[in-house]
Design a protein around this ligand. Structure first.
Ligand SMILES: Cc1cc2nc3c(=O)[nH]c(=O)nc-3n(C[C@H](O)[C@H](O)[C@H](O)COP(=O)(O)OP(=O)(O)OC[C@H]3O[C@@H](n4cnc5c(N)ncnc54)[C@H](O)[C@@H]3O)c2cc1C
Length: 408
């Protein structure tokens, strides 16, 4: 490979991709081209510790010296605007063209924005990048009333942080429960109680109507179908993300709500692989097409993508896992619970530490844990090993899950 590998996107997947290429023995040129001004950094703290402390700096995934030591040429603030698959070149926004033998698309995702009246007012925030987080942190320091649109992970993490900082916080969630697409109803109920106890006014089945402003500045949020506005100096919108797949699509690669890859992270062009939040793939376990948003997924997929580019394809079969810190509570999810036909509880919801085991036709497919890290850790191993666990065993705390793992 004389022209080497170009990696587009410097998030968790892009950073892992360049490291994996070297770990797998690739000695040719590597270029990491990323639109952001920062070297790849950890996104999860942006909705957690970073917001609480004005002095905290973003944590780099790898120190700056890593890239020089590994011979990785990093282009910050550079956007790839086109891919020419015949010439094997990418075009940057400044007109330069970079040749590649292998291309890795790690373009991730961007925030979804609501198309409602007042959406352009100052005081409305989103959270994806360090720039977003810095602006939100400053605004949080000054605001007294905060409205969070969206009761998903990011919205609830920010809501919990804002409440801990003494702000008056309201959360609007369009669905009938919190984190409805991601966790079991028992967890949604439990977290609803925890957030309400922390003083957050959580309103379920309540959609955003419009933002209200005065002289260009946000002053309130009006729920849909309501004439009772909620006072808001600051709004944080956390209503999901959109995969950055337009670049791939324009180059004629297959997409389906994300860049479509096979089990080896190969796109429909054998010289181009893709990984992370921006890709969709047919999940071996869930037997459906998914797009997964997690650090684990981005990092693990990047390694498999690197192996495919280097002619050592190895199917991606890691069990997905994810976490969310909401105030003092830690949620940990492993597996994909979609399609579960039975759930059982281990531990008791009323003492605040429990796990929900999801089964499909008596087969364990996912575990959601609330402050039960041991269940999560053993769950990862149970799911990876495909260990048979019956629902009655999952519910029975006298059954030692680790012992089951060793037995079989
Ligand atoms: C606030 C926040 C909190 C989170 N908390 C958690 C958590 O607790 N646990 C967890 O597992 N996950 C969490 N996540 C999700 C996790 O951060 C993502 O799954 C992960 O960042 C995905 O990595 P990625 O590299 O695929 O995409 P991204 O991180 O989106 O990175 C993609 C990069 O590509 C760049 N790019 C895109 N297009 C181009 C182009 N054409 N040219 C050049 N560059 C381009 C983008 O600017 C971006 O820098 C959180 C995310 C956020 C935003």
């Amino acid at each position: 490979m004389t022209d080497g590998v170009v990696v587009v996107g410097g998030g968790h997947a892009g950073a892992a991709a360049v490291a994996a290429l070297r770990q797998e023995g690739f000695a040719g040129p590597i270029r990491l081209v990323t639109a952001e001004a920062d070297l790849p950094y950890q996104r999860p703290p942006l909705s957690k510790a970073f917001l609480k402390d004005q002095g905290t700096e973003p944590q780099l995934i790898r120190p700056e010296a890593f890239y020089a030591a590994q011979g990785v040429d990093v282009e910050l603030g550079a956007t790839v605007t086109g891919i020419d698959r015949i010439d094997r070149t990418v075009t940057l926004a400044d007109g330069r063209r970079l040749r590649y033998d292998g291309l890795t698309l790690a373009t991730g995702a961007r925030v979804r924005k609501p198309d409602v009246e007042g959406a352009g007012l100052a005081g409305i925030h989103y959270l994806r990048t360090t720039a977003d987080a810095r602006a939100l942190r400053v605004a949080l320091g000054q605001a007294t009333s905060v409205v969070v649109i969206g009761g998903g992970f990011i919205g609830l993490e920010v809501a919990a942080t804002a409440a801990a900082l003494g702000k008056r916080v309201t959360v609007l969630e369009a669905g009938d429960r919190l984190m409805g697409r991601a966790v079991a109803p028992e967890i949604s109920r439990h977290m609803l109680e925890r957030h309400r106890e922390a003083g957050i006014d959580v309103r379920l089945a309540t959609s955003l109507g419009r933002f209200l402003g005065f002289r260009g500045q946000l002053v309130g949020v009006e729920p849909a179908g309501s004439t009772a506005p909620i006072e808001a100096e600051l709004a944080l919108v956390g209503i999901g993300v959109i995969a950055n797949s337009e670049l791939a699509q324009a180059a004629g690669l297959a997409t389906d709500g994300g860049i479509l890859v096979d089990s080896h992270m190969r796109t429909s062009d054998p010289t181009i692989v893709a990984c992370g939040d921006g890709v969709v793939f047919d999940h071996w376990h869930a037997a459906r097409r998914v797009r997964i948003e997690s650090v684990q997924n981005a990092t693990d997929q990047a390694r498999h993508a690197a192996m495919a580019l280097l002619g050592k394809p190895d199917p991606y079969r890691q069990v997905p896992w994810f976490w969310s810190d909401q105030g003092p509570t830690k949620l940990q999810m492993v597996g994909l619970s979609h399609g579960a036909d039975r759930i059982v509880l281990r531990g008791r919801a009323d003492d605040g530490r429990f796990s929900v085991f999801h089964f499909h036709r008596e087969r364990l497919i996912a575990i959601d844990s609330v402050d039960r890290p041991a269940d999560h850790m053993v769950g990862r191993r149970l799911l990876a090993a495909g260990t048979v666990l019956r629902p009655d065993q999952a519910a029975d705390e006298s059954v030692d899950l680790k012992a089951l793992l060793s037995a079989g």
